[in-house]
Design a protein around this ligand. Sequence first.
Ligand code: PLP
Length: 383
Amino acid sequence: MLHTSYIELNKDALNNNIQFLKKRIGSHARYSMVVKANAYGHGIEELLPLVEDCGVDHYAVFSVAEAMRAWEIKKDFCELMIMGFIDDDYLEWAIEKDVSFFVFTPERLRKVIEVSKKTKKPARIHIELETGMYRTGFCEDQLEEVSVLLKKHASNLVLEGICSHMAGAESIVNYRRMLEQIDAFNKLCSWFHAEGFQPRYRHLACSAGVLNYPDSVMDMARVGIASYGFWPSEEMKMMHLKEVGFDENPLQRVLSWKSVIMSVNNVPKGKYVSYGKSFMTNRKSKIATVPVGYGYGFSRTLSNNGHVLVDGKRVRVIGSVNMNMAVLDVTDVENVKVGDSVVLIGEQGDESISVESFSDMNNSMNYELLTRLPHHIPRREAP
Ligand SMILES: *Cc1c(COP(=O)(O)O)cnc(C)c1O
């Protein structure tokens, strides 16, 4: 083991999630798997080959750098879409490589036309529409201009899609806002239709859209977090399980995170453990050190707070989490020795540490914890 911890990806879980979500989406719509932020921490290079085996052939990323990584590893028949930032200097790369991308300003649209003329290849664009999130997207009063440009430069542009993004579909408090967005999007789709455009895909839904708002799934869904086996929110999980039964969770976690014990020591009663005075032994204790700390994505807020699994038992993180190490109280685990497996996220025996429990505890969401898992931790398919 060269590194201090590793991440395992479970292909069966991935396949289970994708098949469940594909059923929700329906066979008429394309499944675009969102692999931004290093595939939600799972690792673009390691995840894509597994995803392809599960029958996915469309990926969405945020940036050109991610697109380049996905490009290197993806199979030829898989399509790539950039939803976010592209520097002008890289438009040519995207067009050359047949990578489609979101366009959300008139300036960008003009630039794309210029570059595609130079490249002598049409650009595959998704016109992003403002429907109520107020982040990126063309407002209604800019659409006339868009229409004129699309028509005038039809040979340089392929209207791959018209799209928008939902501003909080994972939370029921946003219910009316979501209905209004779907409605606004439908109206704009009709407008494009009336103008004579036939985009290949109309797309709005993210994971929570797929799970909560079937009407938001048009010709394509951009599915991120649920593909990886996480509910977009606890609330959505409850809403779903309430319908299907609490033992029927259809989503399975794909990722596990593991390390090993690097030292075991005995500590007398009444001693402070690790930096400072945040933890004092209240009994004769046995402590074990694990080589993961906040520098490895194991948050400092797990100090005196987190749990991990050793020998199939839940043990506490005691004292402060350091940059490279955390200390565990293994007093109640027999025969702990250096080299024993430690599960930071995942299962061991009958016990399980979920990302949810992990992230509840440190007050961040699944999304954030996952994407903070450092790139340098090796990822591999679970045996
Ligand atoms: C991240 C993202 C998604 C996927 O969202 P999930 O909640 O992870 O499914 C879809 N569309 C856009 C534009 C995004 O940025």
